[in-house]
Write a protein that binds this ligand. Structure first.
Ligand SMILES: [Zn+2]
Length: 117
């Protein structure tokens, strides 16, 4: 797997705060050195919504579920859930790396989606 196929966050080497890799300094203590932490295998659903007016890239779908999940080691992620049925906060999900759409230039877009199990 290359790096874009993993869900990773930075863990602050000073205070242990977990945050997205896009930040240059720790949001908690301003430290600038981090360790890369990979999401653990499964996660739970924190909250979700059903998008009924999807963006143009998802023109082949009338609606889809979008959720925020939390992995056991504290990493959180936002992504599509492969079903709209029987969703419940706290339920267990697992990430699947897959093609989610063709963008407006016709390129295939790959990312993580979440599947109940
Ligand atoms: Zn810190």
């Amino acid at each position: 797997m290359n790096s874009e196929e993993k869900i990773e966050w930075n863990k602050c080497n000073n205070c242990g705060f977990l945050q997205h890799k896009s930040h240059l300094r720790c949001l908690n203590c301003k430290h600038t050195e981090f360790s890369l932490i990979e999401a653990s295998e499964t996660c739970k659903l924190l909250t979700y919504t059903i998008l009924k007016a999807p963006p143009a890239e998802f023109r082949d779908q009338n609606s889809y579920a979008l959720g925020v999940v939390e992995f056991k080691n504290g990493i959180k992620a936002l992504g599509q859930i492969i079903t709209k049925e029987n969703l419940k906060t706290g339920m267990k999900l697992k990430p699947i790396y897959t093609k989610i759409c063709d963008n407006l230039d016709g390129k295939k877009v790959y990312t993580y989606v979440f599947e109940p199990f």
